[in-house]
Design a protein around this ligand. Structure first.
Ligand code: NI
Length: 190
């Protein structure tokens, strides 16, 4: 396995629509998955999409750490998930603004609206079809990662660019919002 170079905002591979993977069980796909997992771990990200390692293919890997919130019917946490040719369907019209980061937009955080709950399906590396319902952080990570497959970076989703801040200054915003607990304050690097 290898740690791959991460494409940063401005590289055309991040704006391209990624192509479906014809054979999810192919050895080169397995190798790419291994490299993406290693690259994600090295960069301390929650997720990474193939275009972020300069491969315009519909493949994402991510994980969502367990939080203190009690998960109900839909999943909040997720172990390592490897999704090939994924599709997504919102389960609600409700969207919530929350802070996100991106390995391809290093050093910044932004506040992005995402659906509160989504259903996603994909092909797993063993060729099986999988479907999950999720909400909260899990749903946010999924929407962020899937956007990478369609050439969308989170700043393109932001309604208010005054919510785009440097990580080093994020503490000021987090402190401001401690008084407004209706919005997520946690920052994510996907
Ligand atoms: Ni990202």
């Amino acid at each position: 396995m290898a740690i791959l170079k991460i494409a940063r905002m401005g590289h055309p591979v991040l704006r391209r629509r990624a192509q479906p993977i014809a054979d999810p069980t192919a050895p080169q796909v397995r190798r790419l998955i291994g490299d993406m997992i290693e690259t994600m771990a090295d960069a301390e990200g929650l997720g990474i999409a193939a275009p972020q390692v300069h491969v315009a293919a519909r493949l994402v890997v991510f994980h969502v750490p367990a939080e203190t919130d009690e998960a109900e019917e839909k999943e909040e946490a997720a172990p390592l998930r490897i999704l090939i040719n994924p599709a997504l369907e919102p389960l609600t019209e409700e969207m919530t603004l929350g802070w996100e980061g991106c390995l391809s937009v290093p050093g910044l955080r932004g506040k992005v609206p995402r659906y509160d709950a989504v259903r996603y399906s994909a092909t797993a590396p063993d060729g099986q079809s999988v479907t999950w319902d999720c909400e909260g952080t899990h749903a946010r990570v999924v929407q962020h990662e899937f956007d990478h497959l369609d050439g969308i970076l989170y700043p393109m989703r932001m309604p208010d660019l005054s919510d785009l801040v440097f990580e080093s200054e994020f503490k000021y915003r987090a402190a401001d919002e401690a008084a407004a607990p209706t919005e997520e304050v946690a920052a994510r690097a996907d």
